[in-house]
Design a protein around this ligand. Structure first.
Ligand code: AMP
Ligand code: GLY
Length: 426
């Protein structure tokens, strides 16, 4: 079949890499893709938010499966649009209603309450209920967690150390700090623990498969300091997400979510990303996303042994049947090379060298573009170096060797990816 993948980041590079290996796939197109995705298929200059343009391409190129890499087209309703205009097209990604699990924190919280899924206690406020919000903050203990309800490019969560700062932030957010996204603000109890990312692929009829569990490193600085980023690296597996923990995750979180979507009449065929925190020994949900994680995907794809395109097609068709999701027992790691200054101001357009060397890992392109045969930086997160090994230490050694070989002006990367997980390995 012909497949179209929407997106342009490291996640889409890894999905393209994996999809291109499928015996089911004849032609893979990536829109818009980046400087590296053309190694796995054909880049097409489409705007994923222009559904008519995407539809015209689908029609002209006999596309049978559309994989939606990032959340924006899903939240904007691309799945519903295609269901209406191209009912035969297999779409990997939920309906607009399902995408609200990521598109609205309040919707996600209400969903979890309705289906008794463990999460932090919360209340939601708007400008009209500011006074109640300020009073609610006074009942909580520091630190204070404030979340913009809508999509805010990963920047919409503030964790404030003092009551004063929390009150000021609530006022600013409701006053338009994140535009429409923070017209509603969710205030919730602070949870203390270690986080991990759990992914399932579901067919909307109760069938789901668990993907490898991963952990990402969100802060820009070593030892989890500094500003939040899109993610500076990832590892899989995650030793603390052991069998006992994962059993609780399946019983209390995954199954109630998959079944809750059906009970609520929400059409959801695609990936569900559970951002979890382990509080003591108990899993709780920090957030849902309606797509794979980036840079978790770059590690996760390496460990999937089954034909993922076949699984995605079955999920999109509504029946995973008995198709297995086989996972390698080996470890995978990803170290993200970023542009100095990221996540604040950074430079673009620097030439990247060393990509053709024997790296011992896969350089998944994230923020790159090709220009006259050269590969240039074009984003904050530039290259995700991903490797497998018999242990996490082995995999990381390969990533870090490659991190010195692949080079560009003002390159920066974290040198402590995976260290916390290895410290907890038994
Ligand atoms: P989110 O965008 O909801 O994933 O939040 C971004 C980050 O903020 C999470 O990955 C956590 O590190 C942190 N965070 C969010 N909610 C909480 C909470 N209730 N308690 C502690 N940390 C949180
Ligand atoms: N790595 C976290 C995310 O993709 O949202």
């Amino acid at each position: 079949m012909n497949v179209l993948l929407l997106g342009s980041g490291g996640r889409e590079s890894a999905i393209a890499w994996k999809t291109s290996q499928s015996t089911l796939v004849d032609n893979l197109f990536i829109a818009p893709g980046n400087g590296g995705t053309s190694a796995y298929g054909t880049n097409v200059a489409l705007n994923p938010l222009n559904f008519e343009e995407v539809e015209a391409f689908v029609e002209a190129n006999d596309i049978e499966m559309l994989i939606v890499g990032n959340e924006d087209p899903l939240v904007a309703g691309i799945t519903d649009y295609m269901a209406e205009h191209r009912p035969q097209l297999l779409v990997v990604g939920p309906s607009r209603e399902g995408a609200r699990l990521e598109g609205s924190k309040e919707f996600a919280k209400e969903f979890m309450m309705r289906h008794s899924i463990p999460t932090a206690r919360y209340k939601a406020f708007t400008a009209d209920t500011l006074a109640d919000g300020l009073a609610f903050l006074e009942q909580l203990q520091p630190p204070y967690v404030l979340k913009a309800d809508g999509l805010a490019a990963g920047k919409g969560v503030l964790i404030e150390p003092t009551l004063e700062a929390a009150k000021a932030s609530l006022r600013e957010m409701l006053g338009g700090k994140f535009g429409k996204s923070s017209a509603t603000v969710v205030i919730e109890e602070f949870l203390s623990g270690i986080e991990c990312s759990v992914f399932v692929l579901t067919d909307g009829h109760g069938g789901y498969r668990l993907l490898p569990v991963a952990k990402d490193y969100k802060r820009v600085g070593e030892a989890d300091t500094g500003l939040n980023t899109g993610g500076m690296g990832s590892v899989s597996p995650v030793a603390f997400a052991d069998e006992a923990f994962m059993k609780k995750v399946e019983e209390r979180i995954i199954r109630p979510t998959v079944e809750g979507l059906i009970k609520d009449g929400i059409d959801y065929r695609g990936f569900i990303f559970f951002g979890l925190i382990k509080v003591g020994d108990e899993p709780m949900v920090i957030e849902y996303n309606v797509r794979m994680g980036d840079p978790e995907t770059e590690s996760v794809m390496l460990r999937i042994e089954s034909d993922l395109a076949r699984l995605m097609a079955a999920a999109a068709a509504g029946d995973l049947g008995t198709l297995p999701m086989e996972i390698s027992p080996k470890a995978a790691a990803t170290v993200m090379l970023v542009s100095g200054g990221y996540p604040e101001a950074y430079e673009k357009g620097h030439e990247i060298s060393g990509l053709d060397a024997q790296l011992g890992c896969i350089p998944f392109h994230a923020g790159t573009k090709e220009s006259e045969g050269r590969i240039l930086t074009s984003g904050g997160r530039v290259i995700a170096l991903s490797a497998m090994g018999d242990s996490l230490a082995d995999a990381l050694e390969k990533c870090y060797a490659a991190a010195t070989t692949v080079d560009f002006a003002k390159k920066y990367f974290r040198r402590d990816i995976g260290r916390d997980v290895m410290a907890l390995e038994k």
